[in-house]
Design a protein around this ligand. Structure first.
Ligand SMILES: CC(C)(COP(=O)(O)OP(=O)(O)OC[C@H]1O[C@@H](n2cnc3c(N)ncnc32)[C@H](O)[C@@H]1OP(=O)(O)O)[C@@H](O)C(=O)NCCC(=O)NCCSC(=O)CC(=O)O
Length: 443
């Protein structure tokens, strides 16, 4: 297979929201959740589409539609065309918004070879994927909230790379934005999903967080990735199919029965558990240590006054799981991990803000312990993102750190896809554990 070539920038432009003569909508003050997630930095997804035509055909037939539909989508998701700033009247309040003159950076690039290599599942250099995503830099007052890079692979395909800073929104809002853009490109107008809701009145602020100015690390979060183009990591995608998931769930539920314990054993629970066990076996940490895992839960339906799925912004909470390494790597490790994760999810029944007062400290503590972290969700249905040239052949979250795992639905039917990054020699070990563990699952 041809290896990936150089990426050349062909054009840099700015996309303005299609607002007509309407006045700029008001800026949005940051909520408790936005401030909380501001240090998480940007996240970037790459959507790969097959398109077996030359760049000139792409530039004539695809590019104008991609740009005009992005402009329509930005009119709906207007904060993403703007910047993060401190309020002029209250310097203890940060806002995201669009002032009327701001626009989104849109880069068109070209890469002669490597579409099939880069959209594969096996280990690929992280830096080769990073070159397909934009890398805007926060500097002074300019703190853009999103950016787009489209890269054409002549006669092979193209990628749509979207960068969004976490201070603006979470993965659920992000995927709704990209799907609105895709539907406008496909149909000429936004046909799905429903319009975003910006009303922040139902979002509580239990810790009275209003400004990023008090959050250590937020300023560097906008530039962190630009300066860390990973050089030695590879990223690979693994799949759990319907039958693997069924066998995992049966095995875990049988163990739960033996031990007289109950928890909901969902696809997510067994997937997180299985990957965590393989990751811990790969790292080979000491058995008497505690392993940490942090995942996120959507808080929209779990607040005292639930907010609709269409709410735009951050509305997610971190959930913390701890299990002894010796239990994870032991014979019943998948059960031990599933039980701890399942119980953490059950705890959410008491509301997403239970334990909120210790949340920041706990998060800080877990971060020091190098937890496995989890991004994405099978619920986002990223493979339904069709700009008019078919479903993506691959969707990827670009991760530049090991122990950072992403999860999404399978593009091949029922099941899930998992992505993670490691140095090549560790990836080989992880792959061995992942594949051999599946063979050992009882029928
Ligand atoms: C806390 C959870 C992870 C727990 O997930 P679970 O699947 O165990 O539990 P659940 O109650 O949500 O679902 C229980 C069962 O119902 C099914 N189910 C529930 N809602 C569904 C829906 N809308 N569509 C299809 N299936 C659904 C689940 O698949 C599962 O069945 P089955 O057993 O068949 O599976 C989840 O509820 C959640 O909040 N997910 C969203 C996390 C999130 O937003 N992550 C992104 C963070 S931002 C980020 O990371 C950046 C980025 O993404 O780019």
């Amino acid at each position: 297979m041809e290896s990936a070539g150089e990426v050349r920038v062909l054009e840099q432009s700015r996309i303005f929201p299609t607002m007509g003569s309407a006045a700029a909508p008001p800026s949005l003050p940051l909520t408790f959740f936005d401030v909380l997630w501001s240090t998480a930095g940007p996240f970037r997804r790459l959507f790969f589409y097959e398109f077996p035509h030359p760049t000139a055909v792409f530039a004539d037939s695809v590019l104008p539609k991609l740009k005009s539909s992005l402009s329509l989508a930005l009119a709906r998701f207007y904060p993403l065309a703007g910047n993060l700033r401190c309020s002029v009247s209250h310097d203890d309040v940060s806002e995201v918004g669009w002032t009327g003159g701001e626009s989104l950076s849109f880069v068109l690039a070209e890469c002669d070879s490597g579409f099939h290599e880069l959209s594969g599942d096996y280990a690929r250099d992280v830096y080769k994927l990073q070159r397909l995503a934009p890398r805007p830099i926060w500097s002074g007052a300019a703190k853009p909230l999103s950016a787009v890079q489209v890269t054409v692979f002549p006669d092979q395909g193209f990628t749509v790379g979207v960068w969004v800073h976490h201070v603006a929104c979470d993965g659920s809002s992000f995927t709704r934005f990209v799907k609105s853009w895709a539907s406008a490109c496909r149909a000429g107008e936004i046909v799905e999903p429903a319009a975003p809701l910006f009303d922040r009145t139902a979002i509580p602020n239990p810790l009275q967080l209003r400004s990023v100015n008090f959050i250590p690390g937020y300023e560097s979060s906008g530039t962190r990735e630009a300066s860390t183009l990973a050089s030695n990591l590879v990223t690979a995608t693994f799949a759990l199919g319907q039958d693997h998931l069924r066998r995992l769930k049966c095995w875990v539920m049988a163990k739960a029965g033996e031990r007289n314990t109950t928890f909901h054993c969902s696809t997510v629970v067994v997937t997180y558990a299985y990957v965590w066990v393989c990751l811990m076996k790969t790292l080979g940490d000491a058995g008497d240590e505690t392993a940490h895992f942090t995942f996120t839960a959507d808080a929209r339906g779990r607040l005292p006054s639930p907010v609709p799925e269409t709410y735009f912004g951050n509305c997610i909470v971190p959930c913390f799981v701890e299990v002894k390494v010796s239990d994870l790597v032991g014979e019943d490790g998948i059960f031990a991990a599933s039980e701890a994760i399942g119980k953490a999810i059950e705890d959410l029944k008491h509301g997403a803000l239970k334990g909120v007062h210790g949340m920041c400290e706990r998060w800080h503590h877990a971060t020091q312990k190098l937890p496995m972290t989890l991004a994405g969700s099978p619920k986002f249905k990223v493979y339904d993102t069709d700009f008019g040239w078919g479903r993506p052949v691959k969707v990827e979250i670009v991760m530049h750190r090991s122990r950072a795992v992403w999860l999404q639905e399978s593009r091949r039917g029922v099941g899930v896809e998992i992505g993670l990054s490691f140095e090549q020699h560790q990836m080989d070990v992880f792959e061995r554990h992942f594949l051999s563990g599946l063979k050992l699952l009882p029928e």
